[in-house]
Design a binder for this molecule. Structure first.
Ligand code: ACO
Length: 437
């Protein structure tokens, strides 16, 4: 394959098929930052070949102007703003506006957006009955997959994807109702009454109130905890074309309604290789139990015959460090100090991180702590059970999913997502009756 940056300005690469002697020019397209892409859309028509890329490690699936990641440098930008700056100076709803609309809101737009989201936080009263169909011991993510999908049965007036107004109403509803549904999933699992949202509270405060308050007494929201919660939401808001976001896009590419698409994203996020990792990190730390056992677990993580992996370590894109992990590590120490929590798991986590970062296996493979490594410890300190960790991730990521879904629907190049395959099955054969087999 040769690359031509020639005078024509039409950059392309030339693919030479040595079997036939044919050569094909494939256009090269550049974005505003990041690697250029080879446009293979016409490849099959021109050559009869598909590309082969299980796990999409070298495939750009869409144009996007929302989030940029440079995995080698540990950079994460939303609409051009660094995650560190947003986590330090912004708040979650402002970041949500930024992701959805492309720019930070001015004062009036910010107030209007906050009010709109606040006034969409209640869910249809019938949804209570829906919750009651679940077993009390159901995993809250199982409940979320069901109830978020069920929103499409409750809000028919915002399921027409061709109407920009309905799309925006659905987006607002999803962002607003996720904390309410997440808190209800929690309340249901502990057998406490559902708590209605309160419009005087901020997004993070409202979520804490709906999750932790009980009718029998006043609930004081700690400003430090509310700030930490808001920061965790910001850090999880979007992350480019990850598994769950690609799932939302591919579900939406068929024209499915946004509530169903976000439910698909929640399903994808649930897996331990993705959003389920924060729950898995805590389970792993509990399993390790004591610093003296760390070498044994490091050895297991390196053993190819052992399925055990160091949860919260490694990332498909970040090969230097995950900038979100840096922010959370700092936040973790602050929150624990503020709450007066002395959690031996934090010490264990730091020791594990140190040992792994000096181990050749992890160094060579560029395996660093990811966002999930520290988030679980903060969430535990705030009082969430591990089963809620991935739900909180889903709550925050809904903003990214919704922004990416809107971007996809309005993209003139949008087509139904339909990959092809390398078939390795049987060649044609004749059917035999059951007695002949
Ligand atoms: N522990 C031990 N070894 C690991 C780990 C780990 N956590 N992660 C990767 N490796 C090893 C692999 O065994 C492989 O080794 P090899 O080259 O000798 O075969 C090499 O590192 C590359 O790993 P891949 O699985 O090919 O990398 P991939 O990009 O496909 O996977 C993933 C990335 C899924 C995140 C992986 O690192 C992992 O499973 N990590 C643990 C789960 C986790 O923390 N997930 C959260 C991701 S972040 C998020 O979703 C918010």
């Amino acid at each position: 394959m040769t690359q031509d940056n020639s005078s024509t300005g039409n950059e392309h690469v030339t693919l030479v098929d040595h079997a036939t002697g044919n050569s094909y020019d494939l256009p090269v397209i550049g974005g505003t930052m990041g690697p250029k892409v080879i446009d293979v859309r016409k490849l099959y028509g021109q050559t009869g070949y598909f590309t082969y890329d299980p796990g999409y490690t070298s495939t750009g699936s869409c144009d996007s102007a929302i989030t940029f990641i440079d995995g080698d440098k540990g950079v994460l930008l939303h609409r051009g703003y660094s995650i560190e700056e947003l986590a330090e100076n912004s708040d979650f709803l402002e970041v949500a506006y930024l992701l959805l609309h492309g720019d930070l809101p001015n004062k009036a737009d910010k107030e209007k957006f906050n009010t709109t989201i606040t006034y969409h936080t209640m869910v249809h009263e019938q949804m209570m009955n829906f919750f009651r169909g679940f077993r009390r011991d159901a995993h809250p993510m199982a409940i979320m997959v069901g109830v978020v999908g069920a929103l499409s049965a409750f809000y028919h007036d915002s399921t027409d994807i061709n109407d920009p107004h309905q799309r925006m109403v659905a987006s607002h509803r999803l962002i607003a109702k996720m904390p309410t549904l997440a808190a209800m999933a929690y309340k249901y699992s502990v057998g406490q009454p559902f708590v209605y949202p309160q419009n005087k509270l901020s997004y993070a405060e409202n979520f804490l109130h709906m999750t932790f308050s009980v009718p029998a007494e006043d609930y004081q929201i700690s400003p430090a905890v509310a700030r930490a919660m808001d920061r965790i939401f910001i850090l999880h808001a979007d992350h480019e074309q990850n598994a769950s976001t690609s799932t939302v896009r591919i579900a939406g590419s068929s024209g499915a309604n946004p509530f169903a698409c976000i439910a698909a994203g929640i399903s994808s996020l649930w897996g331990p290789a993705h959003g389920g990792a924060n729950e898995a990190v805590l389970n792993m730390l509990n399993q390790i139990g004591d610093k003296k056992n760390i070498p044994e677990f490091i050895a297991r993580a390196k053993d190819k015959n052992d399925p055990f992996r160091l949860m919260g370590f490694g990332h498909r894109v970040y090969k230097n460090f995950d900038p979100r992990a840096g922010v959370l590590k700092k936040s973790c120490h602050e929150v624990l100090a503020e709450l007066g929590v002395d959690d031996p798991l934090l010490e264990l986590a730091m020791e594990l991180e140190q040992i792994a970062l000096q181990d050749d296996y992890f160094v060579e493979r560029k395996l660093f702590p990811n966002v999930d490594f520290y988030s679980g410890i903060i969430l535990k300190a705030i009082g969430f059970p591990t089963s809620m960790f991935t739900v909180l991730f889903a709550l925050a990521r809904t903003v990214g999913w919704v922004a990416q879904w809107n971007e996809m629907i309005t993209d003139p190049n949008q087509k139904i997502g339909r990959p092809r395959q390398l078939y390795k099955g049987e060649t044609p054969r004749s059917f035999m009756s059951v007695n002949e087999r």
